[in-house]
Design a protein. Structure first.
Length: 138
């Protein structure tokens, strides 16, 4: 499994925003400069993260972007789902998705839910605070 570029950019953007945590607001331009992402990309990512309730935008003097909740309460799973939708390795377990030629005869399909939950659980175990912290090489 590989994350889309947009999901990757969302993680990078949220990590940068988390480093401004504690009430400080940051502009999309500042996030673009800090992350090296193009400003139009940051705008797209910010819109998705805002819609998911992870970032909030405040207008006017002193406005800008800030985390919608504490960084410790936001997980990698939250960020990925904001861009990608529900975490699932296969589409056959999604309600309303019936595009598999093996549907009805597949003996593995009933087990994908457990696999998807394990994947989501692993990503949910990584808080944004860990992603925002600089990696120390030992």
């Amino acid at each position: 499994m590989r994350l889309s570029s947009m999901a990757d950019y969302a993680v990078v953007t949220m990590s940068a925003a988390a480093r401004h945590c504690g009430g400080a607001r940051v502009s999309a331009g500042e996030l673009a400069e800090e992350t090296g992402l193009p400003l139009p990309t940051v705008h797209k990512v910010v819109a998705l993260l805002g819609k998911a309730g992870l970032l909030r935008s405040l207008r006017g003097a002193g406005g800008g972007l800030q985390l919608a909740r504490p960084a410790a309460a936001i997980t990698l799973a939250d960020i990925v789902e904001a861009v990608e939708g529900p975490i699932a390795l296969t589409s056959c377990v999604e309600h309303g998705r019936h595009d598999c030629a093996l549907e009805g005869t597949c003996c593995v399909q009933p087990h994908w839910g457990v696999v998807n939950q394990a994947m989501r659980g692993a990503l949910a175990g990584i808080p944004l605070t860990d992603l925002a912290r600089p990696k120390v090489n030992a």
